[in-house]
Design a protein around this ligand. Structure first.
Ligand SMILES: [Zn+2]
Length: 356
């Protein structure tokens, strides 16, 4: 596939370019890439190196994203490429996410937006998901694919750490149905230590933008022992979600496993149970324990009558007792629930596209 010129950048003097895609706000000299490693300045023009380049393709249950209140049981045609604009010490996909500029050592496939959508349809997936690496830095490809996916009647899901500039995010959100956002912790110091950059304020701003746009939002926090498992961090984050999004926003607290540069032991189940309790104490109605197969904290429970509405075993689900967005047993309205009998609506106030 021919190299694709990037969107959202400015040409500067001396063949420099200024990329406006994410908060890193890179000024990139000729011949170099930005922090993400996948947007390269060649002779004064910025190119999106990963446009139409796919490293991973899989059909995943939507529960694996994880999304628990969005079309439970749906199949998500999931695609990802390489590169990232964070350098998380515990990244489980670091072999692709921390790969930069060169395609060497990667099993890359060409895939056009048209082909991606057609493959999802052919495989009878309801959902197209950009995942595995950070889709924000795949901006041009995600945008083109998302537009076609919506025309083809697919649901669209971004699995993201939220490192994107607000204009770029708003442009994408016009075509996105669910935004699964990673808020990794609750202090700038923690973000800097774990990801290499103190960018929490940008992530929180983007959470607000996505939430207020009417897109379905679920938040995930991977709990790492001694890093972000203090009562202070967990209370801070849970309170922030309740006060700035709402009490019905699902929050996934997931077990960490040692990966990449972190060697701490896996998160004890008790820590995740404490995090769930902290979430509920702060008012959150749906807090899920993830990466602990068989744990009852994976189930969706009615906040009113306490009955199990969706029983989850790993990524598979039992019967769904949510009917038209309400508890089948007591009629309680389950917030932020989307499914075949309660479909997503078109966004009421589309954002203007910000394409420089
Ligand atoms: Zn109920």
């Amino acid at each position: 596939m021919k190299a694709k010129e990037a969107l959202l950048y400015e040409k500067l003097s001396h063949k420099m370019v200024h990329c406006h895609l994410c908060p890193h706000d890179c000024v990139i000299p000729e011949g170099k890439t930005g922090y993400c490693g996948v947007r390269k300045n060649s002779d004064g023009t910025l190119y999106a190196l990963t446009y139409g380049k796919v490293v991973s393709i899989a059909i995943d249950p939507i529960e694996k994203k994880p999304l628990n209140h969005f079309y439970p049981g749906a199949s998500a045609f999931s695609i990802g490429t390489f590169g990232c604009n964070m350098r998380c010490k515990h990244c489980c996909n670091w072999t692709i996410s921390h790969h930069t500029a060169t395609e060497e050592g990667l099993d890359l496939h060409d895939l056009s937006p048209e082909e991606a959508v057609q493959m999802a349809k052919d495989r009878e997936c309801e959902v197209l998901a950009w995942t595995y690496n950070e889709p924000s830095i795949w901006f041009e490809f995600v945008l083109d694919t998302a537009k076609l996916a919506k025309e083809a009647g697919l649901l669209t899901v971004m699995v993201t750490s939220g490192m994107i500039s607000p204009p770029a995010l708003k442009t994408l959100l016009n075509y996105i149905d669910a935004y699964r956002l990673d808020i990794k912790g609750f202090t700038e110091e923690f973000y800097e230590r774990l990801t290499g950059s103190p960018v929490l304020k940008y992530i929180l701003e983007n959470a607000l933008i996505a939430f207020r746009s009417g897109v379905h939002v679920e938040i995930i926090t991977n709990i790492i022992p001694n890093w972000n498992d203090s009562d202070e961090q967990l209370n801070g984050l849970a309170r922030w979600i309740v006060e700035n999004l709402d009490a019905e926003t699902p929050w996934h607290v997931t077990r960490y496993h040692p990966e990449n540069k972190l060697t701490e032991q896996p998160t004890p189940t008790e820590t995740l149970e404490r995090a769930k309790e902290i979430g509920h104490k702060n008012g959150l109605k749906y807090v899920y324990i993830g990466n602990v197969p068989g744990h009852p904290g994976q189930n969706t429970t009615c906040p009113e009558c306490s009955k199990v509405l969706i029983d989850r075993k790993g990524f598979s689900i039992g019967e769904n007792h949510i009917h038209k967005g309400c508890c089948q047993f007591c009629g309680y309205k389950i917030g932020h629930y989307r499914g075949p009998d309660k479909p997503v609506k078109d966004h009421t106030t589309p954002f203007p596209e910000y394409i420089l």
